[in-house]
Write a protein that binds this ligand. Structure first.
Ligand code: GUN
Length: 298
């Protein structure tokens, strides 16, 4: 059996960013302003600082205005809610993203609930989760939507395929399962209490790994020819003499590549898609905000 094809999220994401950039320029011409994304970071979590910095840069490169709000870790819930209310009212802001996780003491659900659902480009608001679940247009969380784009690009029609989603988070697992059902796949959601996980994964034509456990999914769990999408980003302990450990996914990549039909690498697979989809969602939000139909081909 030949080695699996690599699903190159970096190349796909670059192309998506270019399409968003062209559409953002057309929007700016029409509206007399750029689409705008407000990103709120509370506290100093190092990984979150990196993500927020990357989001700001990606916005500017795509012709989207980025409004960053960095608040101290001891920010009160009232102060954060009042900032969100200001951003809800701000005509220059089409999308609002509050970087998660929030510091202890801030109620994430209460903060998400305060965001205008039509500016909720993360797709985390219960209104958007509900819209997805009943098949109405709304914002879909960026990571699962990015996975879906990669899957459709690779496989075309997913009708009748068996898909297993490992992980049941609100951000990835649950919306991912919904998207797969909507694409006519037969979906199993597996999680930490699932019995015989390896046997369940072995039946799947599509495997979505979103558990956050380094290299947990082994080659002998994978059906020959399956399409494997690895959402995990885990840092291994450093090898002797190294300062930082390697980044690995939830799938044992090198061995899984011998069995799968196609697989995303880590890094360079799903990761680059998340920000590209965020830009896409922001552009869609700007169109909605301006009373324009959603842009096509994004
Ligand atoms: N933290 C990790 N991923 C995400 C994301 O997609 N959006 C937000 N807001 N926070 C995150």
């Amino acid at each position: 059996m030949p080695e699996a094809a690599l699903i190159d999220g970096k190349v796909f994401a670059e192309a998506l960013r270019a399409r968003v950039g062209a559409a953002a320029a057309a929007f700016a011409q029409w509206a007399g302003r750029r689409p705008g994304l407000a990103v709120v970071l509370v506290g100093e979590d190092p990984a979150s600082q990196v993500y927020v910095g990357a989001k700001g840069k990606a916005c500017e490169a795509a012709g989207i205005a980025s409004f960053e709000h960095r608040l101290p870790a001891d920010t009160s819930e009232a102060a954060l809610l009042s900032l969100i209310e200001r951003l809800n009212q701000d005509e220059a802001v089409d999308g609002i993203l509050v970087q998660m996780p929030l510091p202890q003491g801030l109620d994430e659900q209460a903060i998400i609930a305060a965001i205008n659902p039509d500016k909720d480009v993360d797709g985390f608001h219960v209104i958007n989760a509900g819209r997805l679940s009943v098949g109405q247009a709304g914002f879909i969380p960026c990571t699962p939507l990015g996975c879906m784009m990669l899957l459709k690009d690779r496989l075309g029609d997913l009708s009748g395929l068996d898909a297993v989603v490992i992980g049941r988070s609100n951000i990835v697992g649950k919306p991912m399962a919904q998207l797969l059902v909507d694409a006519n796949a037969t979906v199993t959601i597996a999680h930490s209490r699932t019995k015989n996980l390896a046997d369940i994964v072995r039946r799947a034509d599509i495997v979505i790994a979103a558990v956050g456990r380094p290299e947990m999914i082994r080659a002998d769990w994978i059906k020959p020819g399956a399409t494997v999408i690895d959402v995990g980003i885990n840092r291994l302990p450093p090898e002797p003499g190294k300062e930082r450990g390697r980044l690995v996914g939830d799938v044992a990549f090198a061995e899984a590549r011998e069995v799968a039909g196609a697989i995303t690498p880590v890094p360079g697979g799903v990761g680059p898609m998340t920000i590209a989809v965020l830009l896409r969602n922001t552009l869609v939000a700007a169109h909605g905000h301006a009373g324009l139909p959603a842009p096509e081909g994004l």
